[in-house]
Design a protein around this ligand. Sequence first.
Ligand code: MLC
Ligand code: AMP
Length: 505
Amino acid sequence: MTNPLYDALFGIHVGSDAPFLHLPDGSTLSHGAFVALAARFAATLTAQGLAPGDRLAVQVEKSPEALAVYAACVQAGIVFLPLNTAYTPAEVSYFVGNSGAKLVLCDPRAEAGLTPVAAEAGATLLTLGADGQGSFAEAAAQAPAEFETVPRTREDLAAFLYTSGTTGRSKGAMLSQENLLSNAEVLIDFWRFTAEDTLLHALPIFHTHGLFVATNITLLAGGAMIFLPKFDTDAMIAALPRATSMMGVPTFYTRLLGDARFDKELVSHMRLFVSGSAPLLAETHREFEDRTGHRILERYGMTETNMNTSNPYDGARRAGTVGHPLPGIELKITDPETGAELAQGEIGQIEVRGPNVFQGYWQMPEKTAAELRADGFFITGDLGLIDDQGYVQIVGRGKDLIISGGYNIYPKEVELALDQAPGVLESAVIGVPHPDFGESVVGVLVPKGGAEIDLEAVADQITGELARFKQPRKLVVMEALPRNTMGKVQKNVLRDQFAETFAAG
Ligand code: MLC
Ligand code: AMP
C-alpha cells in the first residue's frame, strides 16, 4: 500500500540534501530535513489521538513548521484544515464546530481567545508560534523521530478548505489526494517547473494559491522556495535576484510596479511570473511588460477546483484573459437559467469538470447538489466567455463576492453582522475599485426609524466578529436602499454611486 500524495511530494525527498526553504534569517532547510520534521509531527499528531480521516484545524503564522504540519497530515492521513490568521475567535469557532476538528493548533498569542472555542467543540488546543515554539513543538520534542506512513488512496480526503457562501455560512470544500496531486502534476509540466527552480513565496499558506499551487508544485518538482513570512516590497526586491519564478495576487504586481527599484535589470534572469486569485488588469499586464520585458502568465482557479485554466507557457499570454483549460480539465459556458451549453463568444456561467474538482461540501449535501452537477461539472459562479482563439475571459461574477487583495469577502456575511449593529435597520455591502486591493468594501447602512447611526459604534461592533480584511473600509448612511420592482437591492446602482470612493488611494 502507498500514500500517493505523500510519496510524490514528500516521500521522494527522504534523506535529500537539496535545498527546500531559504529562510529570512539566511538559513536553508533541506528537503530531507523538512520531511524528517514532518515525520516527527505526524508521530506527535497520532500520539494526540488523531486517526486517519480526523480533521486538524490550524491557525498559525507562516513558518517551515507550519508547512511541516501540512506534510505531517498527509503522511498520517489526517485532513488538514488551514485557517486565515486574520479570522477572529468567533469565526474560528464556526470552522472548528462545523468540521468536528479534534485538535486545534494556534499561535501562542491566540491561545487565550481560542481556549473556550476548543473546549466548546471538545477539541484539544496546542500552540505553534512563528518561531516554531509552543506546546505542539514541546510535544513533538518527546515524539519518536520515525513515523510509518499511513496508506491512502487517491480518493481519500487530504484537506478541507472553507469557502464563504452567498448565504453567509462558510462551506468546507473537501479535497482529495487526487484533486491536489493531479493539479500539481499538470502544472509542473505546463509551467515547466524543475528541481532548478527557486520560487519566491510571499503568499499566505492557508489558501489554495500559496499552499497547493506554489508549494505542491515546488515539492513535486524538487525545487526550492524563498519563503517570506508575508509580502513586503523591500524583502521582495532583495530576494528577486535569487529567484527563478514568482507567484502572486495582482496586488503583488501593482505594488512592485509602484517601486522604481523594480526594473528590467532586477528581473532579467527570471523565468516566470504567475498571477491569479483575482483579475489582473490589462493595464497592469502591459505596464509590467513595458517595465520588465516579461509577460505575466495569468491563470484561473478556485478553492473547490484548484487551477482550471492557464495562459500558455510558450504561446501568447493575453492580457485580460485566463488562457485555456488545463490538460485533462473541461470547461464550458452555460446558460444560468437552463444550464444549456452556449456558443463560442456568448457570455454565461463557467462550469468545469476534471480530476481537480472537489468532492463536495462537508455535510452540506444540498449545497453540494446545487453547485456540483451529477455529471461532474462544477458551477463556478463566475461569468465568462470563450473568445475566438479559445481563450477564456472572465467578465464578472454570478455570485455576490468581493475579492480584496486576493481574499474573498461575501457581502452577505458582512451584511448580517452590520444588521445587528445599534440603530441599523438594514445594510448593503458592495465592492468598489481600489488601487491597491483591486476591490475594497463599502457598507451602506439604513437607519431604523428615527435612529441616528453612530458609525464608530457600528465599526466597534463588527470588529470582534469579522476578520479585519472583511470589514468595510468605508461606512455610509442612506435613507433607503435602491430597489428594483421585485424589491431586490440594486447593488449595481450602489456600485456606480460609490465607484470613486477609493479613487485617490
Ligand atoms: C490585509 N489587509 C487587508 C488585506 N490584507 N484588507 C483588505 N484586503 C486584504 N487582502 C488589512 C489588514 O487587516 C490591515 O488592516 C491592513 O490591511 C494592512 O495589513 P498588512 O498585514 O500589512 O497587509 P498587507 O501585507 O499589506 O497584505 C496585503 C496582501 C495580502 C495583498 C499582501 O492580503 C495577501 O498576501 N493577499 C493574498 C491572498 C491570497 O493568497 N489569496 C489566494 C486565495 S486562493 P488595518 O486596518 O488593521 O491596518 C484563490 C484561488 C486562486 O483565490 O485562484 O488562487
Ligand atoms: P477562492 O474561493 O478564494 O478560491 O476564489 C476563487 C475565485 O477567485 C474565482 O471563483 C474567481 O472569481 C476568482 N479568480 C481566481 N483567479 C482569477 C483570475 N485570474 N481572474 C479573475 N478572477 C479570478
